[in-house]
Design a protein around this ligand. Structure first.
Ligand SMILES: NC(=O)c1ccc[n+]([C@@H]2O[C@H](COP(=O)([O-])OP(=O)(O)OC[C@H]3O[C@@H](n4cnc5c(N)ncnc54)[C@H](OP(=O)(O)O)[C@@H]3O)[C@@H](O)[C@H]2O)c1
Length: 296
């Protein structure tokens, strides 16, 4: 336990998500007074510690979060649509729900707001997901509150898609797969988010320790699965066609995540390296879990 942390009260929104769970654990580990806003009580059971106040509320409905920010020094929000299927738009969640948090924070005299956006968000405001996130970033910057915007690279949780393909025997990548990125584990990123409480940096761009090409990740996934190296190179014109078809014939709720993924898969995304969790070990642990599940 780190006893040298300044005693603060932190309100975390998004605590039941992939990153949020690690942030909650990091706050608990550092013995920081923590309030978490959650909409699903069952998901919050592992976070039920004495010094964690659990607030059941819907961040999309401002009346439900009213009054809960009293005594809070810092708000951390990881709220955003990833794989949720609630029928809500990015504007309703990534922008509006975070605005609800920001407005309540201002009313309660909260000093600092830490928000998790995406790497290179400023360059991709044309993408539906990023448009909503960066609209919130603009409001946060103009809010008068102290703030830190975290701009992480892809999460390890999303690298599971490579393993899923590998398990089926082949991994699809775009072009030669030479584009590079450094995905980050939730536990490493959680440390960055919690360190940001006492940081005066307004923006933190961060990725994991390994800079890898998409080809290398595909190869790693196949090797971990014990499958032959079968990597299928999808030409970029196919990627662009899928993008066009999705944007033309589906709603932003459907094409938003695909648009984001297909755009980022076509460019390098290298962030300052941080953390100790290696993707190879993550894949190995994931495979062990899959095998245990299958065997019994
Ligand atoms: N995944 C990546 O590679 C990546 C990379 C960079 C940045 N990011 C961003 O980092 C943030 C955290 O990502 P993550 O992977 O931890 O996402 P996640 O696991 O889906 O967690 C998102 C959180 O937002 C909450 N949320 C979503 N829709 C909501 C709604 N309608 N009402 C109330 N709460 C709602 C979720 O609540 P429930 O648990 O109740 O669903 C969850 O707590 C996201 O904003 C994401 O865009 C992700």
């Amino acid at each position: 336990m780190k006893n040298n942390e300044i005693k603060k009260t932190v309100l975390l929104a998004g605590a039941t998500g992939y990153l949020g769970k690690y942030i909650a654990k990091e706050l608990i580990y550092r013995n920081i007074n923590t309030k978490i806003i959650i909409r699903n009580l069952v998901k919050a059971i592992p976070l039920a510690y004495d010094f964690v106040e659990i607030i059941p509320a819907e961040v999309t409905r401002p009346e439900t979060i009213k009054g809960h920010f009293a005594g809070v020094d810092t708000v951390i929000s990881t709220v955003g649509i990833t794989r949720q299927r609630d029928g809500l738009t990015y504007m309703a969640v990534d922008y509006r729900a975070n605005m609800n948090l920001l407005e309540e924070a201002k009313k309660a005299g909260v000093k600092k707001f830490i928000y998790v956006s995406v790497i290179n968000g400023q360059l991709h405001r044309n993408l539906k997901l990023v448009e909503a996130k960066e609209a919130f970033v603009d409001k946060l910057k103009a809010s008068g509150l102290e703030y830190t915007i975290i701009r992480p690279n892809g999460f390890f949780s999303d690298m599971r898609d490579f393993l899923k393909m590998a398990e089926k025997g082949s991994v699809y990548i775009f072009g030669k797969g030479k584009k590079k990125f450094n995905p980050i584990h939730g536990a490493d990123l959680a440390q960055v988010c919690v360190d940001a409480i006492n940081s005066n940096q307004n923006e933190i761009v961060v990725g994991g320790p390994d800079i890898l090409t998409h080809y290398e990740v595909a190869e790693m996934a196949l090797l971990t699965s014990g499958k032959p190296i079968n990597i299928i190179h999808v030409p970029h014109w196919v990627r662009k066609s899928i993008l066009w078809i999705m944007r033309t014939f589906t709603s932003s709720k459907t094409y938003g995540p695909i648009e984001f993924f297909l755009t980022l898969m076509a460019e390098d995304a290298i962030a300052p390296r941080y953390g100790s969790h290696r993707l190879s070990l993550f894949f190995q642990n994931e495979m062990d879990t899959i095998k245990k599940r299958t065997n019994g």
